[in-house]
Design a binder for this molecule. Structure first.
Ligand code: ITT
Length: 210
């Protein structure tokens, strides 16, 4: 999808992307580049941040999509995602962005996770990324599109690689024998939880667009 907004002249073919995370925005735009509709980040509309008060990825994605649609009058796509670690009972999960505290940096979150996992042996370091996408035609849409993608891997004991964002440097990709942050961005975009959710979204979206 085309990121540039052409002065917002043709908004009827536009979707607002309910995210302020540059890593996600980059990946979503690359993954949707072939689509004809424009995806405009909510920052371009001055959409205020909304508190993620849900107890699931789905609830938080709904909250973010509804908020963006409400403030722009446009259809909205939101991504709520995170990493689940089996040895921590699924934590940080929906709290991945604030694992080291509200407003924590990616680096601080990653270091806290490494610290919490310091004593956990190799065989018990299973983890997965989850991505839930929610698309709402308008703020009161009673039948939003909801798509999920999951990417299985393991947690490393130290960072590796410079690509990606968030927890990518400590996420071991068993199929490629490297950290997610060591993958070329195009390769990550063929494999990731976000890619899997977006594939489902494109199919569902094409169906409603006729
Ligand atoms: P928005 O709500 O504005 O979209 P956010 O970063 O707050 O941005 P989330 O609440 O969904 O988004 O938190 C996602 C967390 O999971 C955040 O810590 C990310 O770094 C991490 N994460 C999600 N997808 C990831 C990926 O592909 N690679 C590495 N980390 C990822």
């Amino acid at each position: 999808m085309v990121l540039s907004n052409n002065g917002h002249r043709n908004l009827e073919r536009s979707i607002v992307l309910a995210s302020n995370n540059p890593g996600k925005i980059r990946e979503i735009n690359a993954l949707l580049a072939a689509q004809t509709v424009k995806v405009l980040p909510q920052e371009e509309f001055g959409v205020p941040e909304v508190e993620e008060t849900g107890l699931s990825f789905v609830e938080n994605a709904l909250i973010k999509a509804r908020n963006a649609s409400l403030h722009t009058g446009l259809p909205a796509l939101a991504d709520d995602s995170g990493i689940e670690v089996d040895a921590l009972g699924g934590e940080p999960g929906i709290y991945s962005a604030r694992y080291a505290g509200v407003g924590a940096t990616d680096e601080a979150n990653l270091l806290k996770l490494l610290e919490d996992m310091a004593e956990v042996p190799e065989a018990k370091r299973q983890a997965r990324f989850q991505c839930i996408l929610v698309y709402m035609k308008h703020a009161k849409d009673p039948t939003p599109i909801i798509c999920q993608g999951t990417w299985e891997g393991r947690l490393l004991t130290k960072s590796a690689g410079k690509h990606g964002f968030g927890y990518d440097p400590i996420f071991w990709v068993p199929t490629h024998h490297c950290a997610s942050a060591e993958l070329d961005p195009e390769v990550k975009n063929q494999l990731s939880h976000r890619r899997q959710a977006l594939d489902k979204f494109v199919t569902a979206f094409s169906a409603i667009k006729g």
